[in-house]
Structure formats: structure tokens, C-alpha cells
Design a protein around this ligand. Structure first.
Ligand code: HEM
Length: 400
């Protein structure tokens, strides 16, 4: 069924459903993640892929390297003491994405921004009766106080990102310059901006113009899409490996053989660590950070004999698919060797070609941050396991 929705009928199922909170917080869907499929989304996606996620955008990759080097040594300072991996890695991914998005400007405001993200997260998931009975969403009703919180949250984002945009406008940099960040790159497309003149568009068709709201909404997409997904995946991977000591030892032996004990893990090492890669894949099978993919139909259609009306919401349960006993032997067991050359799942990848394993989705709306996310995930995981023996605590709470 996932193949039917994400591949065979991808063109019909590529819209996103949006609640009142999502619509309001994304400036009326001025972003990419919640825009409906169509020319606007296509242009935005191309812009993000070219300017942020592409391997050619060296600054995004440098952010990962530098922040892993800056943040993870804290783990070594705590040798012999309890270490809260969850806190460490959310801090790391926040720093990476913050730097890729805003450059070094505004680093001191990061703490405030995390508070905003957390409130957005809660509001996105909050039950709002107005989504089901629209007349109850009028502002004077506001039965659960959601409208008030939505206004406060968007006000906070406005203040925060407007300041950053103004700073960037006051110190313009040529888009694509070595020290340009994501905001510089996007300002080249801002309507009425001096930076926007000159048709800097590369492969982008026509004269793409962005409003401030577009830019703010895309920044939020990237902050949301890239922070918790990567952090929770690293945390799960560490927990699984600590629970499965044999696999942990194998991964550590690989690291010792390839990297040795006298230097840090580098990007060029990562492809020489096959069991490490299998463990990462197995972890994504069991713990996809986005367990439900939310799609909506753009028109009436028929799928395997069922009539699906226009604007139907479809949720693809990636978590359940990854644990389906019909597709996976010992589905609940963490068993990286299943992906080895002699394993039953040799060759299965997570890039959207195998519908049994969909942590990044598949098709048009699949994750554009896959490469960047994988790089951050692999480098951080490898660094955390290299040179250290860790074990789970006896009691709940910290991992030592
Ligand atoms: C472990 C890392 C990550 C995982 C597992 C992941 C997973 C996903 C999934 C499942 C989707 C939805 C696919 C669908 O609806 O069919 C998605 C979309 C998206 N992701 Fe990721 N993601 C990760 C990292 C990132 C990073 C690092 C960024 C940005 C820096 C990012 C940005 C986005 C955006 C903007 C979308 C919306 C795309 C669209 O609607 O066209 N993700 N991601």
C-alpha cells in the first residue's frame, strides 16, 4: 500500500494536510514542508536543495564537522561520570543547524530559539477542536487557549527571525560566497532587496521572488526538520548498541582498525565502516524519528479497488512497516547483520527504493535533508563510540 501511495499514485498523494496551528505557524503555508504540491513547492524545494542541502554547499557540511568537534569533547571530559547523551546530542544538532542557517551571527540567541521550537512542536501536535468543528476556532471561543499560544509563538518567531534578517540585510554578502549562510542565500531572492537584484537564480526557473514570510517559514522548516530527527536517531543508536554489546564491540573494532586511537574520525573513514553502517540502518528501521508520514490527496482517485476522495488524509505508518513480521525476520530484534553481504536483507537501503524501510519517506515529498542528516548522524555516532566504552546505567536517567 505504501508503494501505491508514494510511488504509483505519488502525483495524487503529494499534498500535505494542515491543521489550524500548522497553517498559522507556517505563515499560511509559505514554507516548503507544508506547501501543497505544485509549482510553488517545486521552486522552494529546488531552492532548498541547491542552496542548503546539496553536497556542494560546503558551509552546511563544515557546520557539521566543526560543531561535532566543538560539542562532543564534552563527552570525554566526563570520563567515568554519568553522561546524558540526549542532552548532549540535541545541543549538538541545534548548534549544527543553527550555524548552517544563520552563520555565526546570533549564536548568543540560540537558547531563546530552542524555547520557540519546543513551543512550536507542542502546538503542532496539540488537539484543537477547531480543526474538527471550524466555527469553534473563532478567536473569542479559544476553549483550550490555543489561539493565544499560537499568537505568542508566532510573535516570538517574528521578533527573532526579523532581527536576523535585518542583520543580514545590513551586512549583505554575495549569495554562494564562501562565508554566506542560508539566510544570505535566500535573501538573494527577497522581493525589493538590493541583494535580490541581478537574477541570481541558477537553475531556478523564472524570477523566483520570496517574501519575508517565505524566508521565515523555510528557516523554521529547516530548524524543525533537522534538529530533533537527527538527535533522537543518535540517541536511539547509542542505546541500541549499548544494549547489544556484541555489535558495539564489532563497531568499535572497526573504528580502531580504520581510524586508530591517535586521531579523530574523518568523513573519509565513514565508508570504510560496514558494520557501523548496518547498525545505523537497523536503528533507523526500529526507530524512525518521523513515524507517521502525513499526505493528502489532490483529487479523487482509486487505489487497489478503493475509491479515495479528494482531500483525504493519508498516514503512512513507517514505524509499523519497519517492524512488520511479514517483511522482517525477528522484526523486533536489533540485528544489524541482517543487512550484511550474507544477510537476508543485503542490499536493502533506506533511500526510498524499498518500501519495507522508509525512514526518509519516498517519492516527491521524501526528505531533502537526507545527505546532510546522514553525515551529522554518522560523524556524531562514530565520534561518540570511538575511544570510549559506554554502558547503560543501572537506574533510569543517565547513560554512563
Ligand atoms: C535522521 C535524519 C532525518 C530523517 C530520518 C528525516 C525524515 C524525514 C521524513 C520521513 C520526511 C517526510 C517524508 C514524507 O512525507 O514522505 C521528511 C521531510 C523533510 N525533512 Fe527530513 N529527516 C531527517 C533529517 C532532516 C534534516 C537534517 C533536514 C534539514 C536540515 C530535514 C528537512 C526536511 C524537510 C524540509 C522536509 C519536508 C520536505 C517536503 O515536504 O517536501 N530533514 N524528513
Amino acid at each position: 500500500m505504501a508503494r501505491q501511495v508514494l510511488q504509483m499514485h505519488d502525483n495524487v498523494f503529494s499534498n500535505r494536510p494542515a491543521s489550524i496551528a500548522i497553517t498559522y505557524l507556517t505563515y499560511d503555508r509559505a514554507d516548503m514542508a507544508f506547501a501543497n504540491y505544485g509549482p510553488f513547492w517545486r521552486q522552494m524545494r529546488k531552492l532548498c536543495v541547491m542552496k542548503l542541502f546539496s553536497r556542494k554547499r560546503a558551509e552546511s557540511w563544515a557546520s557539521v564537522r566543526d560543531e561535532v568537534d566543538a560539542t562532543l569533547p564534552a563527552a570525554s571530559d566526563k570520563s567515568g561520570e554519568p553522561l546524558n547523551i540526549g542532552e548532549l546530542v540535541i545541543n549538538l544538532t541545534k548548534n549544527i543547524i543553527f550555524r548552517a542557517a544563520f552563520g555565526s551571527q546570533g549564536h548568543e540567541d540560540q537558547h531563546e530559539f530552542i524555547g520557540i521550537l519546543q513551543e512550536f512542536s507542542k502546538l503542532f501536535g496539540a488537539f484543537n477542536i477547531g480543526d474538527f468543528i471550524p466555527w469553534l476556532s473563532r478567536s473569542w471561543m479559544d476553549m483550550h487557549g490555543i489561539n493565544k499560544r499560537l499568537k505568542a509563538a508566532r510573535g516570538a518567531v517574528d521578533r527573532f527571525i526579523d532581527k536576523i534578517i535585518d542583520e543580514h540585510l545590513a551586512n549583505p554578502k554575495v549569495a554562494d560566497a564562501e562565508d554566506a549562510d542560508m539566510v544570505n542565500d535566500m535573501l538573494a531572492f527577497l522581493e525589493d532587496s538590493p541583494a535580490g537584484k541581478g537574477g541570481e537564480g541558477g537553475d531556478l526557473q523564472g524570477n523566483l521572488k520570496l517574501t519575508r514570510d517565505n524566508i521565515k517559514a523555510i528557516i523554521m522548516d529547516v530548524m524543525f526538520g533537522g534538529t530533533e530527527t537527527v538527535a533522537s536517531t543518535i540517541e536511539w543508536a547509542m542505546a541500541e548498541l549499548m544494549r547489544n554489546q556484541e555489535d558495539l564491540k564489532r563497531v568499535q573494532q572497526e573504528l580502531t582498525d580504520v581510524v586508530g586511537l591517535d586521531r579523530k574520525v574523518q568523513e573519509s573513514d565513514l565508508d570504510k565502516l560496514p558494520h557501523f553502517k548496518r547498525a545505523k540502518k537497523e536503528n533507523l528501521r526500529l526507530h524512525p524519528p518521523i513515524p507517521l508520514l502525513l499526505h493528502e490527496t489532490a483529487q479523487d482517485c482509486e487505489v487497489v479497488g478503493y475509491s479515495i476522495p479528494k482531500k483525504s488524509r493519508v498516514m503512512i505508518n513507517v514505524w509499523a512497516i519497519g517492524r512488520d513480521k511479514a517483511s522482517w525476520k525477528d522484526a523486533e530484534t536489533f540485528w544489524p547483520s541482517r543487512f550484511g553481504p550474507d544477510g537476508e536483507c543485503a542490499g536493502v537501503d533506506f533511500r526510498g527504493n524499498y518500501f519495507e524501510l522508509l525512514p526518509f519517506g519516498s517519492g516527491r515529498r521524501s526528505c531533502p535533508g537526507l545527505q546532510l542528516g546522514m553525515y551529522a548522524l554518522e560523524l556524531a555516532m562514530a565520534q561518540l563510540m570511538h575511544c570510549f566504552d559506554r554502558s547503560l546505567p543501572d537506574c533510569e536517567g543517565h547513560v554512563a
